[in-house]
Design a protein around this ligand. Structure first.
Ligand code: NAD
Length: 486
């Protein structure tokens, strides 16, 4: 008999065995060890969870906002107390280095902290006199049951973009985590429950397509937050909208970085390497293309390559390891396919990650291509692995002009001390999250995570005031107070 643990869904405050016959193995990508099995739950199980969540909404939405906020404060405290355990779980199931996993938990904590500000964030506007004896007040209300569908690359941070805020403002939630990294959410929901969250407010239904399709179609689910790849994000946005739901769909990326001749070269190289190869390049804010001004091109490339060669690859739980594995064998094969395609299409391989990777897990070393052009597949497509493309440019204008040809527009970075170049870059680049002299400009919880073009479908982004708006609707009361004796 198999001793591998089978995960259960979490519905109405209870762990419930799925009715499915289909389970998928959850691997440690650094060792290929099977950690658990995740159910590919049925559509009916989502419908049951929606029923429960709708019932819970009737009471949770009426709990006074400061009381709801107190549960969030307690949850945040418990997450802080369990930070190390959560970080290790992330490394175990995702593979990223423990230092990165700790950073991810911290990001999640900041999201919970921001959501705990619900009493202030939910305040509406008012105008005492809009006409003689008439006033208007705008109140915010939660919208109902929300569905969240999340990717494998941030098992903690991305779900924390969604359910803490949705729940703090009075909604109930059904989360479908990535079937490749389901373990962390199991622990998170336990901590939220320990903090005093009532039954049925946060539910987890594990699975894949069937669970997603029921979230898209179910009438009791009013809004959908999705984070994942472009093709799935398009499907979610189209199908969710067809079913007349609110949808925010945060999708793929191909982030461009420009290095100008006056940049601090050593610091820039280190920031770019961390942005390109940290989390094995499996970040929607990863540096994917670096355009370097011609005057410093040779010296910068030498620096970058030397530093990249010194990166330690291995199990993310081991001290000093910076680069962990990619998530699955298929991702490894796909990455090797991209490297082969890059070579076939004429790019020059400066550092070949196929040569220096440990064989026990799904490892690929830092890979750097130069002489990359916009007609190449490795320039156009999101690789989502530690593969960096380098281009030579004459000036910032050329760098921006190249970057703006991309279908994606999540993040973009500029390394320089030239104020005019910074202003030009800010005004001209098509991207929603910009970094100046830093490599990963992921906004903090109180700002929107604001991708453009094919990196986002919808109107209201995750986080910041956008998050509050997405998870609430408004009621404007216009009231006349006829004059009376008082
Ligand atoms: P993915 O699109 O494969 O999966 C995301 C979610 O969608 C998972 O829960 C998965 O089960 C589900 N899913 C996958 N295929 C589906 C299908 N055919 N029908 C219905 N549901 C399906 O993405 P991933 O590989 O887990 O994550 C990597 C992607 O996420 C990258 O493209 C990355 O850029 C993107 N991402 C974007 C952001 C952002 O903020 N824009 C943040 C993190 C990750």
């Amino acid at each position: 008999m198999s001793t591998i643990r089978k995960l259960k869904n979490y519905v109405n405050g209870q762990w419930i065995e799925s009715k499915t016959d289909f389970y998928e193995d959850v691997y440690n990508p650094a060792t290929k060890e099977v950690l658990a099995q995740v159910p590919l739950s049925t559509k009916a199980e989502v419908a049951e969870a929606a029923e429960i969540a709708e019932k819970a909404f009737a009471t949770w939405s009426r709990v006074a906002v400061p009381r709801r906020a107190r549960v969030l404060f307690k949850f945040q405290q418990l997450v802080i107390e369990n930070k190390e355990e959560l970080a290790k779980l992330i490394t175990l199931e995702n593979g990223k280095a423990l230092s990165e996993a700790r950073g991810e938990v911290q990001r999640g904590i900041e999201n919970i902290e921001f959501a705990a500000g619900a009493p202030t964030l939910m305040m509406g506007d008012s105008l005492a006199t809009i006409a003689t004896d008439v006033e208007a007040v705008n109140y915010r209300y939660p919208i109902g049951v929300v569905g969240g569908i999340t990717p494998f690359n941030f098992p903690m941070m991305v779900p924390c973009w969604m359910f803490p805020m949705a729940i703090a403002v009075g909604n109930t939630f059904i989360l479908k985590p990535s079937e490749r990294t389901p373990l962390l959410t199991e622990r998170l929901v336990e901590l939220f429950s320990e903090a005093g969250l009532p039954k049925g407010v946060l539910n987890i239904v594990y699975g894949a397509h069937d669970v997603v399709n029921e979230i898209l179609e179910n009438k009791q689910i009013k809004a959908i937050s999705f984070v994942g790849s472009k093709s799935v994000g398009q499907y979610i946005y189209r199908k969710g909208s067809e079913h007349l739901k609110r949808v925010q769909s945060l999708t793929g990326a191909k982030n461009h970085t420009i290095v100008l001749k006056d940049a601090a070269l050593n610091d820039s190289a280190e920031a770019i390497l961390a942005a390109a190869f940290g989390s094995a390049g499996e970040r929607c804010m990863a540096a994917a293309v670096v355009a370097v001004e011609e005057e410093i091109y040779d010296s910068f490339l030498k620096l970058l390559t030397e530093k990249a060669q010194a990166i330690r690859i291995g199990n993310g739980l081991d001290d000093g390891v910076f680069l962990g594995p990619v998530i699955r064998e298929e991702n490894l094969k796909k990455t090797i396919g991209y490297i082969e395609k890059g070579v076939a299409e004429g790019a020059q391989l400066l550092l070949d990650g196929r040569k220096n990777a440990p064989s026990e897990g799904y490892f690929i070393g830092p890979t750097i291509f130069e002489n990359v052009t916009t007609d190449m597949t490795i320039w156009q497509e999101e690789i989502f692995a530690p593969v960096l493309s380098i281009m030579k440019i004459k000036n910032v204008q050329e760098g921006v002009e190249i970057a703006n040809q991309s279908e994606f527009a999540n993040g973009a970075c500029l390394f320089t001390n030239n104020a005019s170049a910074i202003r030009y870059f800010r005004e001209s680049i098509d991207a929603g999250m910009l970094g100046i002299n830093l490599g990963v400009p992921a906004p903090m919880a109180f700002f929107p995570f604001s991708g453009w073009k094919d990196s986002f479908y919808g109107t209201l982004h995750a986080n910041g005031k956008d998050g509050v708006d997405f998870y609430t609707h408004k009621k404007v009361v216009t009231a006349r107070y006829p004059e009376q004796d008082i």
